[in-house]
Ligand binder design. Sequence first.
Ligand code: PHE
Length: 342
Amino acid sequence: MDLKEQILAYLGQIEATTLATSDEVEQFRIAWLGRKGILKDTMAAFKEAPNEQKRELGQLVNQLKKAAELCISSGAQGAETIDQEDNASHDWTRPDGGAPLGAHHPLSVVRRDIIGILERMGFVVTEGPEIEDDWHVFSGLNFPAEHPARDMQDTFFVDRDPDMLLRTHTSSVQVREMERRDPPMRIVMPGRVFRNEAISARAHCMFHQIEGLYIDEGVSFADLKQTLLRFAQEFFGPDTKIRLRPSYFPFTEPSAEVDVYWGLKTEVDKRITKGTGWLEILGCGMVDPAVLEASGIDSRKYSGFAFGMGVERITMLKYQIGDLRAFFESDLRFLDQFQGEY
Ligand code: PHE
């Protein structure tokens, strides 16, 4: 067969071909137009052909290429409708094994649980700004200027305005609310706080606190103690025991730190409780009358208690997490472990 006959035979072959599926189209494309395809060979043979035949053969080669391309494009159109029909016969309501669901962040879970318990006791969620002035974070809370108690918390100040700072505790929201409203008030104040500390397994420059405040006529230390016991038993379990140790905060008098009894059964228990069996979970106290007065509340008529806790600390206790940094790294291998915690 000479080249002319060969090309005519190819043309007949293409004429007789219909491509139904996208697979067939692709195979045809490779066989005819591919790098080692028929058209390549035909072109090579064409180059070898005697000059006087080139004119006629050239036209035929062109025709062959066009025919192959046409066959592909009409095949591709047909294949598309077939693919669509395939879709139509696919049962889209069939379960597909499920897309991976995200999980709530452990801090969100614990924050929600803590707030939920306090809300059921009648506390109402209240929030305040993260960038605060000195009054609401310190002075209004009975931290006198230059008083060393300010060094209990390492503060980030705003360069342009020395009176402005990132709040170091959520107690600032207490002051805002006491100024804004009249007692009785029973509020819970969640939020981010900031301290200028080197980041380590136990400390971070940003963390979360939840604070509670109750002011009314005749609120006593017994009310505080009972509220905290109830809270601890709801959160850690009905048999949880607490103890109060005397402590100091400028804005409460008397002040205390609260421990829960963790136990000493395992080596881990011994390590995290430093051999005592007790773990500190929060700070608290009776609101200092000077703080009430500074916010315009009559301290002869009203009294109140406040308490504040760190969400990271309580989350670490609840899930036995050893490194605080894990909360802020967004590592899915860590976060996915909380899939079940809704
Ligand atoms: N604001 C205190 C802290 O950040 C905690 C606290 C709150 C203590 C309320 C007593 C009463 O350490």
